[in-house]
Design a protein around this ligand. Sequence first.
Ligand code: ADP
Length: 382
Amino acid sequence: MSTIEIDHLAKKYQDTSNNGVLAVDDLNIKLADGEFLVLVGPSGCGKSTTLRCMAGLEPVTKGQIHFDGENVTDQTPEERNIAMVFQNYALYPNMTAEQNIEFGLKMTTKLSKEERTKRVLETADLLDIEDLLDDKPKELSGGQQQRVALGRAIVREPKVFLMDEPLSNLDAKLRTTMRTEIQQLQSELGVTTVYVTHDQTEAMTMGDRIAVLDGGQLQQIGTPLECYYEPENLFVANFIGEPSMNLFPLEVSEDELIGNEVNYAISDRIREAVTDHRHVTLGIRPEDIEIMETDDLNSFVGTIQVVEPMGDQNFLHLTVGGQEVTAAVSGEYKTNEGSKVSLKFPEESIHLFATETGEALLNCKRHSTQLPTITNLGGETA
Ligand code: ADP
């Protein structure tokens, strides 16, 4: 177990056609001992490169990486005592699950055969794969193979787990199950973990904190709820949340924020936030839009184009003038495509960003008010 400090990390790949690709740009991240951090961002934002630099698989261009205060920047992967889990499990096809799990121990430690077997059996018990130990990879399902790959990482008792999209080859249902299993394992083992994904659902559900990257740069680091309710910029607001936040570019006037389709009244709180800005972008999450029977302050007429039933919720895809808007309403809400409805954007739910820089000027009020808690009926809490 270990703390991790990524200090001014930069990685430039040489590229003959131009000046090279700056894949990671001055990245600074600190992880506490035992923390689970998810690195998330769109494809090409530098997630895997960051992880590979941490693993020692890529030399860094600038900056340092420390594990438990020790500078490991120039150490080999073996010296760092990390374990990696990848998207393709890379199990040896000719070895049984047991031999696959044992293999790393055999290569990297001086443990006796007896001690190795003991560790493999303990790990198999933890992962509930004792029955599969004699099977070869081709006899295992995708989920079972990924469990064996996890076993191979766990058995070495590393200081740090580095996971690169480990669930992307699994079907949707299995992904959900494995997501929970990896979280439970990580919390049980207490090994500091960095987990790379482009899937914002994984990011929201798995990490103690998430680090959102774009263009090799850190956009925000915080708990999932902080990133959801208090995005620091437009990129994070747009990236985190499914369906995405609705965004409207507006111009600041005397008493209204004016757009093509949406004019929004300026209250004292909004005035304070938009001082010194002429162009702002108003954001509202789909679930924060209220469907009204009649017009109200800050409400807009929308035409329902498509109703997407999700069970407990319906996603309404509407147009307000020429702009597409998504609203999430109760699944029991009955409505017809083509109907006109009034959409209210309550002031406590809106976000405002400086259009030019993307910087957040005002976030919704919800997170700062007391959130409901679930009563603990007894027993230990984590
Ligand atoms: P992600 O994991 O977020 O999808 P990567 O870290 O794989 O992103 O890539 C970041 C950027 O670096 C991309 O523009 C990618 O094309 C580039 N890149 C990655 N690996 C190499 C490489 N070996 N040589 C040149 N460019 C690379």
